[in-house]
Ligand binder design. Structure first.
Ligand code: AMP
Ligand code: MG
Length: 332
């Protein structure tokens, strides 16, 4: 555990500051470049100036406040170093410097080379741009930072500079500390207000948040489930962990992430660590689609879990029993 409560408060404050600084940088990149300057990583997923620059900015702010706390983060220095063309490397430095003046190229590599947190009892967990495909499309994405301590997530911060649902459209930071609730603030202002999940008690009256990318979650089972539960409201389609944020602030009632039947891919911890606590502390509930607790202590992947069901809590059991039935039937 962290030494004391003062340390945790300091960590929460530094984490919000880091995410806010990164939001400014990714917003600038998104305005300036749209889909330019991206490359494909070895696994064929895209990465951009924004992913790297956001990671560098966040690691730099956190390293100053907590130099010894390890970091588990999505991007690594190897992929950037392997590029033959210097363009992306130069842009990462240039954009990171807009938040951290005086930053050097060596520091960029040092902050991207932070892969020392797996297996540690305490570490930051970061996805610098979650929903990169949305970012490239000019749509939503989230900067997701969490603190893991002794088997559980202690705090989570979601920076959502392009947050938009049917209910509202404004840049938000949504942040939670274990036992202290979830707060939401404008991305440019440090004025947190407490938020709560919706109080809807029947699934039929709920709003579903879901992925834009059909490869990431089964559209077929999602639509079947909605039909079985008589859900008629328009869905919230969103890239990145803003979907958890939408449940936490009450703009959606549930977030569904349903593996396509037969898929064996396991989820990355950085795609869920911040989101899960943000929903739980707003009064909601998160399990996988089989009803299991989300377990963050099995390395970089959620090895023990299958998909995600995040709800306002009140409708969880009703949705879960139908979802389990449909998933089992589709997997036969
Ligand atoms: P989304 O919530 O749809 O924006 O999901 C974004 C995340 O999906 C990325 O951070 C990726 O790690 C993850 N992802 C990439 N490919 C897949 C896949 N085939 N199935 C599920 N998730 C994926
Ligand atoms: Mg991600």
């Amino acid at each position: 555990m962290m030494a004391n409560e003062t340390d945790r408060e300091k960590a929460f404050e530094a984490a919000i500051r880091a995410v806010r600084a990164a939001c400014a940088v990714t917003s600038r990149v998104q305005e300036d470049f749209a889909d330019d300057h991206r490359v494909l990583k070895a696994d064929q997923s895209p990465v951009t100036t924004a992913d790297y620059a956001a990671q560098v900015v966040i690691c730099s702010v956190l390293a100053e406040a907590f130099p010894d706390l390890p970091m588990i983060s999505e991007e690594s220095a190897d992929e950037l170093a392997a590029l033959e063309d210097d363009t992306l490397r130069d842009l990462v430095l240039e954009y990171a410097q807009t938040a951290i003046p005086g930053l050097t190229g060596d520091q960029v590599y040092a902050f991207l080379d932070h892969d020392d947190g797996i297996g540690a009892s305490r570490s930051w967990i970061l996805d610098p741009v979650d929903g990169t495909k949305g970012f490239i499309r000019g749509d939503q994405y989230a900067i997701a930072l969490a603190l893991y301590e002794e088997g559980q997530i202690e705090m989570g911060i979601l920076g959502c500079p392009r947050y938009a649902t049917g209910a509202r459209s404004e840049g938000l930071i949504i942040a939670a500390r274990r036992g202290a609730g979830t707060v939401c603030m404008n991305v440019d202002e440090d004025r947190p207000r407490a938020v709560k999940v919706q109080d809807t008690t029947t699934a039929a009256a709920s709003i579903v948040a879901r992925s834009v990318e059909s490869a990431h979650s089964s559209f077929g089972i999602t639509d079947q489930l909605k039909s079985e539960l008589n859900i008629v409201a328009t869905d919230v389609y969103m890239d990145g962990q803003g979907k958890y944020g939408a449940v936490a602030v009450g703009d959606a009632t549930m977030y569904l992430r349903i593996p396509r039947p037969g898929a064996t891919r396991k989820e990355n911890i950085w795609d869920h660590a911040a989101g899960v606590i943000v929903v739980e502390e707003a009064g909601g509930r998160v399990t996988d689609i089989l009803g299991e607790t989300i377990a963050f202590s099995h390395g970089a992947k959620l090895e023990r879990n299958t998909g995600i069901l995040a709800t306002n809590g009140a409708i969880h059991d009703e949705v879960l029993s139908e979802l389990k039935r449909l998933y089992a039937a589709a997997s036969e």
